[in-house]
Ligand binder design. Structure first.
Ligand SMILES: *Cc1c(COP(=O)(O)O)cnc(C)c1O
Length: 223
């Protein structure tokens, strides 16, 4: 299957899930996750009308995306992977949205990098909805206080929440938890759902789904 065909299949599934949830057509944005795939794959997706992309490593994104910008000014890049503080300046330079704000030290570093670079990408706070010790994301119990710190004290442009639910078990309750947390804080963006579970995320109110393998095919072990 070509990337264009795969994109159309995913778009149809998103449209169906949106309709089943009685949500307005077009209310769910597709972030095409191109990590580990070459720039040519991104170009194929662009040719098929895809404008929103996600990458999880700053270095890899910096190698692929800035060169594509002049010819594709409407393209938008989301950084969706764990972010080290020594990468924040480059992240702020190249990203339109950073989805992985998950700890006070990173919030402080992002605030400083935004001042220095004169650029303010939108931010999502990543929540560790399964309270998994090995996983990135702010703990659920700390989410309220962390949002206050990021938005009110540091003045960061936080527009929503992001999560990756546990690999095992039903993701739906985790998506529902994230949606209620966002509502409580008046946040309009909910990035949740990947190739295996985006329909369930749409049923719980996802505004952005991050889909990689269903569009670009399987990744190697590094992905
Ligand atoms: C890789 C990745 C995705 C996409 O995963 P697929 O299962 O390939 O759709 C989504 N979100 C994050 C944070 C990722 O790292």
């Amino acid at each position: 299957m070509t990337i264009a065909d795969a994109l159309n299949r995913v778009r149809d599934r998103i449209a169906d899930a949106t309709a089943r949830a009685n949500r307005p057509a077009g209310s769910v944005a597709l972030v095409a996750v191109s990590k580990t795939h070459p720039g040519e794959a991104v170009l194929e997706a662009l040719a098929a009308g895809q404008l929103l992309f996600g990458e999880n490593r700053v270095q890899e994104a910096a190698g692929k995306f800035p060169a594509l910008r002049p010819a594709h000014p409407a393209m938008r890049l989301h950084l969706i992977g764990g972010l080290q503080t020594n990468k924040v300046e480059e992240a702020v330079r190249i990203a339109d949205v950073i989805e992985s704000l998950d700890r006070p030290k990173l919030a402080t570093a992002l605030a400083a990098a935004m001042r220095k670079e004169g650029r303010r990408p939108d931010l999502l706070v990543q929540v560790n909805v399964g309270d998994e010790p090995q996983k990135a994301g702010i703990a659920r119990a700390e989410a309220d206080a962390f949002l206050r710190l990021a938005r009110d004290e540091l003045g960061l442009p936080v527009i929503g929440l992001m999560c990756i639910p546990p690999a095992e078990g039903d993701p739906q309750p985790h998506f529902a938890w994230l949606a209620s947390c966002a509502a409580r804080h008046g946040l309009s963006v909910l990035s949740m759902g990947m190739s295996g579970d985006f329909e369930a995320a749409i049923a719980e109110g996802a505004t952005h789904v991050r889909v990689g393998s269903a569009i670009f095919g399987a990744r190697g072990a590094a992905g």
